[in-house]
Design a binder for this molecule. Structure first.
Ligand code: GDP
Ligand code: MG
Length: 287
């Protein structure tokens, strides 16, 4: 009897979480959300919401179901807020931080071009990433093309001096070296630069291609330094669903989304609707 019970219990474990728990007409939506990288719990919530808010006759109406899910995801994406340069007084100082290779320098190029060339703002760039010659060259090239000054600094004190050279600007971007969240010395060096510069905004840059576990680790390490988030490489993933799991953990607003390597074009101001689009994809799940 006991053995039988154990067997039965084992069989029942995970029951209801397996495939096929939703009515067939909705199941492909659940599969789709799962494919987009949305966590099992969240898929459950989203599907329950569809079931509760739409009458059963409408579950086969794809645009309607999509709109319902999109509205929920959009809400989960939380706050968004772009950079708003000051019109008078001192320059707004914006630092970009985050792990190596996520797109910090490229994003600064895009932002600087947008604010300088399109919005006609007075912009300067400073790089504290002197670990790689190529990193300095990369920012200098952006500066030359855009026609704005680029300062290279080795120490926090030099950073402060560089900032003082550009008090006539409206916007100053600080590029930092990619820091591994696992490397304590790197993290404290970054902290020293930020303590001196006292940026108005510190944007944590994260790649949408990074897996959730690593994203969470990065977020935890950089959280107390950051005021905003930027998500990059949205063009490179079809499973940006992990973003919502990350955004559930944070109160920080998202400032920008980037979707390609082209400077200055592949960037957009973050809105919760655009984020929902990236998470869900444009396509309806196939029948
Ligand atoms: N596909 C794609 N590539 C990007 C994006 N942003 C940056 N990259 C690329 O990612 C690589 C690293 O970018 P970089 O700005 O040097 O990263 P950093 O180390 O954080 O400064 C480069 O090859 C960039 O062209 C993006 O939104 N989409
Ligand atoms: Mg860089």
């Amino acid at each position: 009897m006991r053995l039988m019970l154990e067997k039965m219990n084992k069989h029942m474990e995970g029951f209801g979480e397996e495939k096929g728990v939703w009515p067939p007409v909705l199941q492909r939506w659940a599969d789709h959300l799962h494919d987009r990288g949305i966590s099992a719990n969240l898929v459950k919530d989203l599907m329950s919401d569809v079931q509760e808010t739409l009458p059963a006759e409408e579950w086969g109406d794809d645009p309607q179901v999509y709109a319902r899910i999109e509205a929920s995801v959009s809400q989960l994406c939380g706050q968004t807020e772009p950079i708003k340069p000051r019109t008078i007084g001192k320059p707004l100082i914006v630092a970009l931080i985050g792990p190596t290779g996520v797109g910090k320098t490229t994003t600064i190029g895009k932002l600087a071009a947008g604010f300088s060339v399109v919005d006609k703002r007075k912009v300067a760039l400073i790089t504290a990433d002197t670990y790689r010659v190529a990193a300095v060259e990369q920012l200098k090239t952006f500066g030359e093309i855009i026609g704005i000054p680029v300062e290279v600094v080795m120490t926090p004190t030099e950073l402060l001096e560089a900032l003082n050279l550009h008090t006539d600007k409206e916007l100053i971007f600080i590029d930092t070296a990619g820091r591994s969240p696992y490397h304590d010395l790197h993290m404290s060096e970054l902290r020293a630069f930020l303590n001196k510069a006292k940026p108005d905004l510190t944007m944590l840059v994260m790649s949408a291609t990074t897996q959730l576990k690593d994203q969470l680790r990065v977020y935890q390490r950089f959280e107390d330094l950051s005021t905003h988030l930027i998500f990059t490489k949205l063009d490179e993933t079809a499973s940006a669903g992990s973003l919502i799991s990350l955004l559930e953990q944070t109160a920080l607003p998202t400032a920008y989304l980037t979707n390609g390597q082209n400077v200055p074009y592949d960037i957009e101001v973050a809105t919760s609707d655009r984020m929902a689009r990236y998470v869900l994809g444009e396509e309806m799940p196939s029948a």
